[in-house]
Design a protein around this ligand. Sequence first.
Ligand SMILES: *Cc1c(COP(=O)(O)O)cnc(C)c1O
Length: 336
Amino acid sequence: MKPIVDLRSDTVTRPSAGMRAAMAAAEVGDDVFGDDPTINALQARTAALFGFEAALFFPTGTQSNLAALMAHCQRGEEFIVGQEAHTYRYEGGGAAVLGSIQPQPLANRPDGTLDLAEVEAAIKIDDPHFAHTRLLALENTIGGKVLAHEYMQAALALAQRRGLATHLDGARIWNAALKLGMPVDRLCAGFGSVSVCLSKGLGTPAGSLLLGSRELIARAVRIRKMLGGGMRQAGILAAAGLYALEHNVARLVDDHENASLLRRGLQDIAALEVEPVQTNMVFVRVPAARCAALKAHLAERGVIAGIGPRTRLVTHLDVNAAGIARAAESFRSFFA
Ligand SMILES: *Cc1c(COP(=O)(O)O)cnc(C)c1O
């Protein structure tokens, strides 16, 4: 049987033999006591890589983002965030539910940015009617699109001028850095905190890191414990992270190339409208009436995809060029 080509997300990857060997060999200890040498090494390594004072390991990006929001904002304060942002839309309302932090969502423009004039207009004056605007949260990449470095600098300058803290959801920051040809420390410089995921393009089974000042990370340690994220011998997971930083960053270029390859394979199909590709995601408009049949047709050919009117196809380290060719061919045979 041919291997499955799973394009639903870059989270579907399975740890490679090398990664599993690194996990099996990991030295561990009780991380709630600060005793896990592999976690400590991953935190130190990531903090240095991103040019931040400190880093903290989390089981998920959702928890890392939430801890960051809670470390920046008190109850009754608010954060400005995009309508499409993960921290607003895809985290179960955790900031509001668990942090008593009010989101102030603003429309993302088609390129993923927020209009900075709208951001500025959304900052509340000091008046008892209003929540206190505390934080600006951005995301890069967002929906597979890269925010330009100049845009992020302009947003940081606005935040600084208006006294807002800043958080960057960098779940796919290495994809952004690759696209921009810029090291992650330069790309993230100036943010009060950054959350990065190891379980997306980097291919680990779990793990995210929050980056910030020593003081912010000290607060995040307490919040992580409260949220149930204090893990014990999780150096087994951190070892996968160290392995991924070593072996799975440079190869993201393959994922970007495969996404472009997939776009080229789909763009001649008249029934489809394929959006331009920037990183490892291809967005395709599919006629709504054909979605269910297309999904079944692909599945019969071993191609798994979340098909909808705006279908998202994601490349990752468990899909190679042959798999992309099979996926494109399966789309073509359906619409032929
Ligand atoms: C996946 C993702 C997260 C959350 O990560 P989990 O580990 O799935 O909780 C946060 N932000 C963005 C942009 C993501 O894509």
